[in-house]
Design a protein around this ligand. Structure first.
Ligand SMILES: Nc1ncnc2c1ncn2[C@@H]1O[C@H](COP(=O)(O)OP(=O)(O)OP(=O)(O)O)[C@@H](O)[C@H]1O
Length: 599
């Protein structure tokens, strides 16, 4: 994935806070609890001072007892407030991440295919899992710790000032010294975190690909090489992580060195002041207590800053995904329905001088200063209601591309496509897609039950509708024999079904969709004779009384077609019916003789 934009910390924070906006009540409770618990710990210092000066040094048992009760009360308040702070902060972290994950998924499924051509699925999965998990921990615990430490730090500083202004001066000298390493090393941590998350994403990409294609990996005994490649990628991550860890460790230790040195210096000066009777023993104890609190708070902040920078890197990567826009603008307003009108009502699809080249190919050709390769070149054709139109042509002629253009997965470069007489760009994209039911060459099966796989195309379909579709697709019989019938799980990508069975499920899905136009890509892979017969029968029942465009690989399909379109390098070189084309067109004749399955 190409990483172009870079975001400022302010942009990242405002994006994160925008996700907190719907949970104002919870944020309020969490912040109140945070303030209360911090205040309780700060008050403790005053309690200690009181116990030492009034009870201990003055040897007054009553005051000692009272002071102890107050201190215990404060501890109880602090503990209860800590429970609420922790619960609601972690809750907010989980909530925000759940919302970001849902938003991200909804966004991704709207992106056009061209985006996925340039991005590996594994990388996206990594952004989903590792980047959002990072965010979750940072919103849940990191921000809570940072805020608490900040309140503690400021509170401790104020109380120090209150206890002994002179000693506090020493502390102020240390503060800028501490802020400097936070700034310098913090930025380094963030940059290295982003790079290391990118590398983790690449590892994700490789896992996804290798495990999906495990048959090929094993068939070519590629396990050893794949493992080596993988190890080298993991090593890359490790090398990158080492740099990040180095800067984090440096950050923490430098801050610790400066703050502890400051505390000891203060304690030393303070001890002398007690000896001179400038301040009381209780005041010094309280002061050191606050100085330790402030030092601890700074140490926590410096640790959390590393985490925050890591999360900023993760947020940046998620933001980049969120800002990807679909290439196709859904600005049409027409919703097609059964009564859509055309000048000639029988024509339901028309292409007029359509020319198209793939955007990715466009970029590549541009790089090599070539003209973009036209995959579809000046194609015009019309399809009438109820017709079966067979598209034939050599591999790479542009047949599948034509299907993609009809469903507007890409925008054409010039010409016009009209569905039911309306230009495709004027129709809402959902409505365009609702006109077509697609049966691809390789049936797609989801890791779900039979019933959900069939009604994927039409969530409104009842069990009866699904069964009717399965019967028409000649799939009902084998489905009934599955262990749980229609409720049987089909396994990832349908591993539990044969090729013919998968195709019939895909056909049943197209029947259940109840769409007016069918787009069929006839399978070329050989099935056994019985499966083949079933699939053929299933397709026949699917095509009944429907307008069908079919990428033909069988002689019987072209013989029965109402219209044949011969595509060659993106151009229509002939149209007609089988007999006349076979007798008059050499290209078609040789294509039929050499390429089509004869049955
Ligand atoms: N996503 C893509 N990006 C860039 N070029 C593509 C893309 N998909 C297909 N092509 C190119 O477009 C041309 C037409 O491909 P298409 O898949 O439409 O051919 P086809 O006639 O359906 O072939 P087949 O019968 O082998 O499936 C090919 O040269 C192919 O390399």
């Amino acid at each position: 994935m190409v990483i172009k934009q870079s975001y400022t910390s302010r942009q990242i924070l405002s994006w994160l806070f925008s996700h907190l906006a719907p949970y104002k009540k919870q944020v309020f409770i969490a912040l109140t609890a945070l303030l209360l618990s911090s205040l309780a710990w700060l008050l403790l210092g005053q309690g200690i001072k009181h116990v030492i000066d009034q009870g201990f040094v003055a040897e007054n048992t009553d005051t000692l007892q009272q002071a102890l009760i107050v201190v215990l009360g404060v501890v109880l308040l602090g503990s209860v407030a800590t429970y609420f702070r922790f619960y609601w902060m972690v809750w907010l972290g989980e909530r925000v991440c759940a919302d970001i994950r849902s938003d991200l998924f909804s966004h991704l499924v709207k992106l056009t295919p061209s985006f996925f051509e340039n991005t590996r699925t594994g990388e996206i999965i990594s952004r989903f899992t590792s980047d959002t998990t990072l965010l979750q921990s940072i919103v849940g615990t990191g921000i809570s710790m940072a805020l608490r430490s900040l309140v503690m730090f400021v509170g401790a500083l104020v109380l120090m000032l209150f206890t002994s202004p002179k000693l506090t001066l020493f502390v102020f000298i240390a503060v800028p010294l501490i802020l400097l390493p936070i700034k310098v090393f913090g930025n380094r941590v963030r940059n290295h975190s982003k790079l290391s998350q990118d590398k983790v994403a690449k590892v994700g990409g490789m896992i996804d690909e290798s495990l999906h294609e495990i048959h090929t990996v094993q068939a070519y005994n590629h396990q050893h090489i794949s493992s080596q490649l993988f190890s080298s990628k993991v090593e890359d991550v490790m090398q990158q992580a080492k740099k990040r860890i180095h800067f984090r460790a440096l950050l923490i230790s430098v801050v610790m060195l400066i703050s502890l040195s400051a505390i000891f210096a203060v304690a030393f000066v303070g001890a002398k002041m007690v000896l001179n009777d400038t301040i009381s023993a209780g005041e010094l104890t309280a002061f050191v207590f606050y100085a330790v609190l402030a030092g601890g708070a700074i140490a926590t902040i410096s640790e959390v800053i590393g985490e925050l920078q890591k999360a900023a890197g993760a947020s940046e990567r998620i933001l980049q995904l969120m800002e990807q826009q679909p290439d196709i603008k859904d600005d049409g307003s027409v919703v097609l329905n059964a009564t859509a009108q055309t000048n000639d009502p029988s024509i339901i699809l028309s292409l007029d001088s359509v020319t198209f080249s793939y955007p990715t190919a466009h970029e590549e050709d541009h790089k090599h200063a070539k003209q973009a390769t036209k995959v579809i070149d000046n194609v015009s054709l019309q399809v009438k209601q109820g017709q079966t139109v067979a598209i034939v042509g050599h591999s790479g002629a542009g047949k599948s591309t034509l299907f993609q253009l009809l469903q507007r997965f890409y925008d054409i470069n010039s010409g016009n496509i009209a569905i039911f007489g309306t230009a495709i760009k004027e129709i809402k994209i959902d409505s365009v897609r609702e006109q077509f039911a697609l049966v691809p060459q390789d049936a797609v099966i989801f890791a779900d039950t039979v019933i959900e796989n069939i009604r994927f195309s039409n969530p409104r379909a009842s069990l009866e509708d699904v069964q009717r579709a399965a019967k028409l697709a000649f799939a009902d019989e084998f489905i009934q024999q599955l262990p749980s019938g229609y409720d049987s799980e089909l396994g990832e990508r349908g591993v539990k079904l044969s090729g013919g069975q998968k195709q019939r499920i895909a056909i049943a899905r197209a029947i259940a969709a109840e769409r007016p136009i069918l787009l069929l890509d006839e399978a070329t892979s050989a099935l056994d004779a019985k499966s083949e017969r079933y699939v053929k029968k299933a397709l026949e029942s699917l095509m009944q009384s429907k307008t069908t465009l079919i990428i033909a690989h069988r002689l019987s399909t072209v013989v029965n077609a109402d219209l044949i379109i011969v595509l060659e390098q993106g151009q229509v070189i002939a149209t007609g019916r089988h007999k006349e084309l076979y007798d008059n067109n050499e290209v078609y004749k040789s294509f039929v003789d050499l390429q089509l399955v004869n049955e």
